[in-house]
Ligand binder design. Structure first.
Ligand code: HEC
Length: 209
């Protein structure tokens, strides 16, 4: 009786070891023979995409847990964040009325339009993603080169992004394009709320708080 149990147990262990060895061998085969096509001109297989997305979401959710967002979001933060977004993110993630750079469409995974994708992440999660980046995706880590304040400004702006019209987007944080010269970074109540009285024609988002 006991002996039979023992040998059944041995069989299971031996089977598992053999299966693992086979998996390892297949893995090494793929790694060393170049069987896997790394070309970014092809979409990821759906199983690869699923594994990447699921790992990505769960990893971010778990790690963003302890992060505490600033208590309130001001229009100054949004305006400063808009300026940073346009120079650091727009070429990959586009914006209302603005396409991503041509070259960024050649990335796999392709950087999503944040005007849509940002809505599904909490501010703390966006902060984590921007600060740490995402391995194997092309999403850079900005934490090593920018301070937290700059990153929270960007988060404040990114969370407004889904609600912005192209006109509001164009007017925000754009210090150079406006005629009035009182726009970008202006500490007054300009920026996010009222747009600018000259030029933009926009009504401002009024979303800042
Ligand atoms: C070089 C291109 C590039 C730049 C620059 C870049 N990103 Fe990304 N970003 C990516 C890629 C690629 C992904 C992953 C997309 C995926 O997995 O579907 C990503 C993912 C994200 C995500 C998660 C979106 C989602 O749902 O998949 C957020 C949020 C994000 N980036 C914010 C930013 C912000 C904010 C900036 C600027 C500070 C920025 N990114 C700059 C390429 C870039």
């Amino acid at each position: 009786m006991d002996d039979r149990k023992k040998s059944a147990g041995f069989g299971v262990v031996a089977g598992a070891v053999a299966a693992l060895a086979l998996l390892g061998a297949v893995g090494l085969f793929v790694v060393y023979t170049g069987a896997y096509n790394v070309a970014a001109t092809e979409e990821h297989a759906s199983v690869t995409r699923w594994a990447f997305d699921t790992t990505f979401h769960n990893s971010v959710e778990r790690r963003a847990d302890g992060i505490v967002a600033p208590e309130s979001v001001t229009s100054e933060m949004v305006a400063a964040g808009a300026e940073s977004y346009k120079s650091m993110c727009e070429h990959c993630h586009a914006g209302p009325g603005v396409e991503r750079s041509k070259w960024a469409s050649g990335m796999r995974p392709r950087p999503p339009h944040l005007a849509e994708a940002a809505a599904k992440w909490e501010p703390e999660e966006v902060f984590w993603i921007v600060r740490h980046g995402v391995k194997m995706s092309g999403m850079p880590a900005f934490g090593p080169t920018y301070d937290d304040e700059t990153l929270w400004d960007i988060v404040a702006f990114v969370k407004q992004l889904p609600a912005l019209t192209p006109e509001q987007y164009a007017a925000l944080g754009d210090a150079t394009a406006q005629g009035g010269g009182h726009q970008g970074g202006s500490g007054q109540d300009g920026g996010a709320h009222e747009g600018s009285t000259s030029g933009s024609g926009g009504t401002g988002s009024g979303q800042a708080n």
